[in-house]
Design a protein around this ligand. Structure first.
Ligand code: MEV
Length: 431
């Protein structure tokens, strides 16, 4: 399968579905899982409380992605114009030099059991660690199906947070390190924390506090890299790719030196990542929380991705936690989320993590390249112009005509679009 479909953006939704069906082998009628109505009211009612409807977002595929040698259609659900185009454009730039390569750690999540009111913190820690092997063996019996799938608790560590006479008294936190395989793992981890807390508190002569996973999943990370040739970086504004290469590397340094810029830089990364996470039914808030904690791990808020000018090429690298699942969660009930995984041929959580991360590196590159050359507004404006043209009543080929005229006028406003529309309408015949 190729992830390159020339002229895709110019097709109608129905034609795009045909092309996707053809490219993936997924029957055309199965793609109706992407219709908002495919999530039945009954399923929605079972997902959250107090349901009174369903909320739709556009669902798209970003093109041109090659990840670890596999062409992948990248599913995205997002309200912001230009994210999908940006990801596809950057993926095309990377594809000429092998696309994206990735590495991922084992899918290890951390569960926390807080232990309070400990008189002797050292003795409490020793008592727990002395039983570590036993505790781990016992913990594995609590999640037998996960163990059958090759995962389960792999380590137990104890961290001291406070000791008497500090105002918080004696406080330890036990970390369960759990290989969650293809699950995101929140339920598994929380269950394990709750089921083991009393025994841990007994050993530590402590009171049980909180029992919950940590969203700072710094043991479940993904790294994605790409190389971009100068020829791919050049554009009409800056025809010399070497100039763009230097400008993108300098933009990266800006983010490395300044947390105000790093925040926006990381927002551009999360544009791609969140869109993939939403499309595939993931807990994107969990990934967001982990991403920003990870970005601050040195004590300063830093960019998640950096770009380097090697003198001949631009090299990009992104590392961040990525707690996602290819089973369970919303995937159990959401047909669109399941279809999103099928579209990109994703079967494991690790594959999904690499695709989301590649999307993030791609939207980051597209943003930096635009910012370092023409500025971000021109691209945004031409997409915004299409939305305004539609809002003024344009349909079909008329959308492009009105949008181009709006963009050329520099006045992308509804009133202007309506005027252009009325100019284009044939005058009424006298009766
Ligand atoms: C807009 O959604 C994202 C950007 O602000 C990212 C960036 O500045 O790098 C363009």
């Amino acid at each position: 399968m190729s992830s390159r479909i020339p002229g895709f953006y110019k097709l109608s939704v129905a034609e795009r579905r045909q092309r996707i069906s053809h490219a993936t082998g997924i029957p055309l009628d199965a793609l109706s899982a992407l219709d908002a109505v495919a999530l039945s009211q009954e399923a929605a009612d079972g997902m959250i409380e107090n349901v009174i409807g369903e909320y739709a977002l556009p669902f798209a595929v970003a093109l041109n992605f090659v990840i670890d040698g596999h062409a992948r259609l990248v599913p995205m659900a997002v309200e912001e114009a230009s994210v999908v185009a940006a990801a596809s454009n950057a993926a095309k730039m990377a594809s000429g030099t092998g696309g994206f390569t990735t590495e991922a750690t084992a899918p290890i999540m951390v569960g926390q059991v807080q232990l309070l009111d400990i008189a002797n913190v050292d003795a409490a820690r020793d008592a727990i660690l002395a039983q570590k092997a036993d505790l781990l063996a016992w913990a594995r019996t609590i999640v037998p199906r996960l163990v059958e799938r090759g995962g389960g608790p792999v380590d137990l560590t104890v961290r001291e947070l406070s000791r008497p006479p500090m105002p918080d008294g004696g406080m330890l936190v036990v970390h369960w390190h759990i290989d969650c395989r293809d699950a995101m793992g929140a339920n598994l981890v929380n269950t394990l924390c709750e089921r083991t807390a009393d025994r841990l508190a007994g050993l530590a002569k402590a009171t049980v506090g909180l029992r919950i996973l940590s969203n700072y999943s710094d043991e479940r990370t993904v790294t994605v890299r790409c190389r971009i040739a100068d020829a791919a970086l050049a554009n009409d504004d800056v025809p010399d790719g070497a100039v763009v290469r230097r400008a993108v590397a300098s933009a990266s340094r800006f983010a490395e030196l300044d947390p105000y810029r790093a925040t926006t830089h990381n927002k551009g990364i999360m544009n791609g990542i969140d869109a993939v996470l939403l499309a595939t039914g993931q807990d994107w808030r969990a990934v967001e929380a982990g991403a920003h904690a990870f970005a601050s791990r040195s004590g300063a808020y830093r960019p998640l991705a950096v770009w380097r000018d090697t003198g001949t090429e631009l090299h990009g690298e992104l590392t961040m936690p990525m707690a996602v699942g290819a089973v369970g969660g919303a995937l159990l009930v959401h047909p669109g989320a399941r279809m999103a995984l099928s579209l990109s041929g994703l079967t494991t959580a690790t594959e999904l993590a690499t695709v989301a991360a590649a999307a993030g590196l791609a939207t980051n590159l597209a943003a930096l390249r635009a910012l370092a050359t023409e500025g971000i507004q021109r691209g945004h404006m031409s997409l915004h112009a299409r939305a305004v043209a539609r809002a003024a009543g344009a349909t079909g080929a008329m959308v492009e005509t009105i949008a181009s005229a709006l963009a050329a006028s520099g006045e992308v406003k509804l009133e202007r679009a309506r005027l252009l529309m009325s100019d284009l309408k044939p005058p009424m015949e006298p009766t």
